[in-house]
Design a protein around this ligand. Structure first.
Ligand SMILES: O=C(O)C(=O)C[C@]1(C(=O)O)C=C[C@@H](O)C=C1
Length: 249
């Protein structure tokens, strides 16, 4: 099943998730591995994170094994639309450009952008007016909504691109940069990981609001339904809470 009238695979150049999962019993999960507490790939290549555990639970429910497919924030959408994975997880924000080319599940988290600063600087970089001044160095990981936010909202501050989102917070901690603007769940986690050094500025009242969801290749509404049913259940039956506990306490 799943073939288009021309015989070419439906959905993406690599067929649909449903067809692939039925044929291979494998769930291929794209993730960047650089966004704790949601997705993390350590130096030895071991994956962890709330969304990684969630994807593993989905795979189990599908009778499939999970294979992680490393991606980056700049290439995630192309990897999904090309069908290089069946699902992308790990803090993916619902955006119009992504929704135009692929399909989001129901959202599982509300979030928003907030500064992460040296605790010694708490209160200095709280508002965008305080941040958007000459000489203020704002570090940003490329390719995602963090970059989009700072490039849209800051004109006077110096935007410092930094490629490795697993070590980017070190640049704030040791003074190479002044702050990062990122999702509150990340700001809170990084601040908790380095108490008295890194502080989340106002994570309960972020600059904007966004929703996190999982992203599915286009053209497989049956798979979207399956994942939505699983996700809706997982949010209420304790599956999400169990995945979150080791990270969020
Ligand atoms: O692109 C998105 O949707 C994200 O929310 C991912 C994003 C980003 O905005 O760059 C968010 C926080 C992490 O620091 C890494 C990536």
């Amino acid at each position: 099943s799943g073939g288009s009238p021309t015989g070419a695979p439906a959905g993406t150049p690599n067929g649909t998730p449903t067809d692939r999962i039925v044929a291979t019993h494998e769930l291929r999960v794209c993730s960047t591995g650089d966004y704790r507490p949601l997705t993390y790939r350590d130096a030895s290549g071991t994956w962890s994170g709330i969304d990684v555990d969630m994807a593993r639970d989905l795979a189990t429910r599908l009778g499939a094994r999970m294979t992680m497919v490393p991606t980056t924030w700049s290439t995630l959408l192309d990897d999904v639309t090309a069908g290089r994975c069946d699902l992308a997880v790990g803090g993916v924000s619902v955006t119009a450009d992504r929704a135009a080319r692929a399909t989001f599940t129901v959202p599982y988290l509300q979030d928003g952008k907030t500064p992460i600063v040296r605790c010694a600087d708490l209160g200095r970089f709280s508002t965008l007016a305080q941040i958007d001044r000459p000489g203020v160095r704002v570090v940003v990981n490329p390719g995602g909504t963090n970059e989009r936010f700072v490039r849209a909202r800051l004109t006077a501050a110096t935007i410092v691109p930094y490629p490795d989102n697993n070590t980017i917070h070190d640049t704030v901690a040791d003074g190479r940069t002044d702050l990062m603007i990122t999702d509150a769940i990340e700001a809170r986690w990084q601040a908790a990981a380095r108490p008295d050094v890194l502080c989340a500025e106002h994570p309960d009242s972020p600059f904007d609001r966004s929703q996190k969801a999982y992203l599915i290749p286009p053209g497989d509404p049956a798979f979207v339904d399956t994942v939505n049913r699983w996700l809706t259940g997982a949010l209420t039956d304790g599956t999400w809470a169990r995945a979150a506990k080791p990270w969020l306490g």
